[in-house]
Design a protein around this ligand. Structure first.
Ligand code: ADP
Length: 698
């Protein structure tokens, strides 16, 4: 693009031709040494001299003479030779720059004027020389950190050729890399993009400027835009690599913890190779000596590239000379086989614990995982040394560590000696993990033990229950056989006495017959009690509901029980509401329930045998209370007495016969009626059972 401005270049040349003829005439008239003589004289000096001061001075004088002859372009070349080749000669450099500044002020206008006059031009020679020199002037300023001067040259170039966006890009780069002014850089790159929307380099530079600002989202967008415009451009590839880098460094997967050798006071770097890899212990800021006393100083990296790229340009100031050795230590909790994944623009050599594990010494683009090498780290501290190039000027490298499958390795500690905070953080993390492991194991053991103990508890209580049930069943069998045997024996004995004719008189015989009938009834009721219970248990008991006045039913139960008991010591009280109290019930079942309760009241009363049956209205329910003044039930037993086979007191069980089924039967029947049964009892004072059944309106 620089060479595309032939028109303007021709103007320069035309200008030069006119001035040349003018100055030639002038010098002939005065008789002083002519400019041409001066030029000749100093060119001779230039041929023989080796003294930089003399050479610079000669260039200046030749340039000045050429200027007098109007040969501006050639004069420019002479001035630029001083600036480019002898930047250390401050005086001549300044003088030359001053001449250059004078030469190109108002240059543009002059060119236009000349072009208007259609002067003869030499297209082939001068523009190329001029622009090449101007460009190298700018680069020399820039590379040696003289940003103001570089900017001055660029502005002049931009004045001459404002349609060329490359000057804007160059200016932006100086703002970005020289002045660290991301905003001004963004302004210039955006302006360049406006002028040339297809310029991928401008996009990539813009992305870099956003990265400097810390706006990674925008940076990624801009890089992606470059890829959209020109997917195969090397600048795009650079941008895509930055995207990868931003992502990986966002996930903290790139190692950025290095320190570097340098900078040096002189450029004598030969022999440095002999001191690398360096000795085991590195002290930062201490100067080590290489071969021939070349000083080596390890510096801590003070600035990381935002996308994780170890950027040596950012690390060392321009004009500092350094050897691009980078060192880090890694702590590995165990022996491990890992992968180093890296990319470098300058070739790379790697040592792990003094052993070379990788060497590739050619320049290429620094893709993220350009190279992958499998390495073994020993348990504890490992030294990782990277050499990117022989001298400063290397761009840098990416470096990350993964397991063999490419997953990041979390438990390595890098650069422990300097990064105490991180070391402590990872140590704490490892400690936590270890503690967690221990807690986990402890928890598992505790749970296992608890499960085992719980199982044991259930097993034991199961066995205990089984023993209890077995005992209750045994008690049941002995009770049942007693209940069966007693009436049968009585019936047998009464019948035999009658048969032998030992009972005299019809009254006595009648009494005997009554006794036989009573005993048979008792037997029948007992058997049907067991059968009924068995039926309820199996779920086969069917209730035949009919509406019944509960006062009558309770009264019948009382009468049946009184007849049956024939015990003069037993006192039975009956009371009921005056009004009818209907409920929908299975008559036989409820009759049996009341008789069971009365029988218990009788059985479990010792001295004072008194049963009170009361039928009363309780709102939506009709209640039948069966109360006694007997031995009562202990609190702990109350909730168990409705369980089948349960009998409260073992001592009592020996004396008072029973099956342990009576109350279980009562509860089943009441449940089957949608009613409730409650118990109030006090030991040695008495017990009251309360049956509640839903009222059925008359
Ligand atoms: P059992 O055939 O033993 O009487 P139940 O199921 O009828 O069986 O009663 C269970 C237990 O409840 C009895 O063994 C007794 O300990 C207790 N019990 C029941 N009714 C009374 C009561 N009125 N007074 C004291 N204890 C009672």
């Amino acid at each position: 693009m620089i060479f595309g401005c032939a028109k303007k270049a021709s103007a320069i040349i035309a200008c030069f031709l006119i001035s040349f003829s003018f100055s030639l005439c002038y010098s002939q008239e005065t008789g002083e040494p002519s400019s041409q003589e001066i030029i000749k004289e100093y060119r001779e000096v230039l041929e023989v001299s080796e003294d930089p001061a003399e050479i610079a001075e000669a260039h200046y004088n030749v340039g000045y003479a050429l200027e007098q002859l109007g040969r501006k372009t050639e004069a420019t070349a002479e001035y630029l030779k001083i600036i480019v080749n002898y930047p250390q000669m401050d005086g001549p450099c300044k003088k030359a720059e001053k001449r250059l500044a004078g030469l190109y002020t108002g240059f543009r206008e002059k060119s236009k004027e000349l072009i208007g006059k259609r002067e003869e031009i030499d297209r082939a020679k001068d523009p190329a020389i001029f622009f090449a020199y101007i460009k190298s002037l700018y680069e020399s300023h820039r590379n040696s950190g003289r940003y103001d001067r570089a900017m001055h040259v660029l502005e002049r170039l931009y004045d001459m050729d404002s349609e060329n966006p490359s000057y804007l890009i160059d200016m932006g780069e100086i703002y970005l890399d020289g002045y660290n002014d991301a905003d001004k850089a963004i302004f210039h790159f955006r302006k360049a993009i406006e002028a040339a929307p297809d310029n991928t380099k401008a996009y990539v530079d813009l992305g870099r400027a956003y990265e400097k600002k810390g706006d990674y989202g925008m940076a990624v967008k801009v890089y992606a835009k470059a890829a959209e415009i020109s997917p195969a451009s090397p600048w795009t590839i650079y941008g895509l690599r930055r995207i990868d880098g931003i992502r990986l460094s966002g996930e903290k997967r790139l190692i950025k913890d290095w320190y570097f050798a340098g900078p040096f006071d002189n450029f004598e770097r030969e022999g440095l190779g002999t001191v690398f890899p360096p000795e085991e212990k590195i002290e930062l800021d201490r100067t080590y000596s290489g071969k021939d006393g070349v000083p080596v100083r390890w510096v801590r990296s003070f600035d990381y590239d935002s996308s994780g790229y170890v950027d040596l340009n950012m690390l060392f100031k321009p004009n500092d000379y350094a050897v691009a050795y980078a060192l880090t230590y890694a702590y590995s909790p165990g022996e491990s086989e890992l992968q180093f994944r890296f990319g470098s623009e300058d070739g790379i050599k790697i040592w792990v614990n003094e052993k070379e594990v990788f060497a590739y010494d050619a320049t290429r683009s620094a893709e993220l995982d350009d190279d992958v090498v499998t390495v073994k780290l020993k348990k504890g501290w490992n030294k990782i040394l990277v050499k990117t190039t022989d001298t400063w000027g290397a761009w840098g490298f990416y470096f990350r560590v993964t397991d063999l499958k490419g997953a990041p390795v979390e438990d390595l500690i890098f650069d422990p000696t300097r990064d105490d905070q991180r070391r402590k953080f990872i140590y704490r993390k490892m400690l936590r993990q270890r503690r967690f492991k221990i807690t986990k194991i402890a928890t598992i053991y505790t749970i296992a033990l608890s499960v085992f103990l719980l199982g044991l508890y259930f097993m034991i209580s199961n066995i205990r229950d089984r023993i209890k049930i077995t005992r209750m069943k045994e008690d049941f069998i002995s009770s049942v056989s007693h209940e069966l045997k007693t009436p049968i024996a009585a019936v047998k004995m009464l019948a035999e006495t009658l048969k032998r004719g030992k009972v005299k008189g019809p009254v006595r015989v009648g009494q005997y017959h009554d006794m036989i009938i009573r005993e048979s009834d008792r037997l029948t009721r007992f058997i049907s009690k067991i059968l009924d219970f068995a039926k309820i248990e199996k779920g086969g008991k069917i209730f035949y509901f009919e509406k019944e006045d509960m006062r009558n039913l309770a009264k019948s139960a009382v009468n049946i029980y009184r007849d049956e008991t024939q015990d003069k010591d037993l006192k039975i009280n009956f009371s009921a509401e005056s009004d009818e109290l209907f409920a929908e019930i299975d008559k036989d079942a409820i009759l049996q329930v009341i008789i069971n309760l009365m029988d218990n009241a009788y059985k479990y009363s010792d001295k004072e045998k008194e049963i009170t049956v009361n039928v009363r209205n309780a709102g939506k329910n009709v209640c039948i209370d069966v109360a006694d003044k007997g031995r009562g039930i202990a609190k702990g037993d109350i909730e168990k007495i409705f369980d089948k086979f349960y009998r409260a007191d073992r001592d009592m069980v020996e004396r008072i016969k029973g099956s342990g089924l009576g109350l279980a039967f009562v509860k089943s029947v009441i449940d089957g009626h949608g009613g409730r049964i409650a118990v109030e009892s006090e030991v040695d004072k008495g017990t009251k059972f309360v049956i509640s059944l839903p009222v059925k309106k008359a």
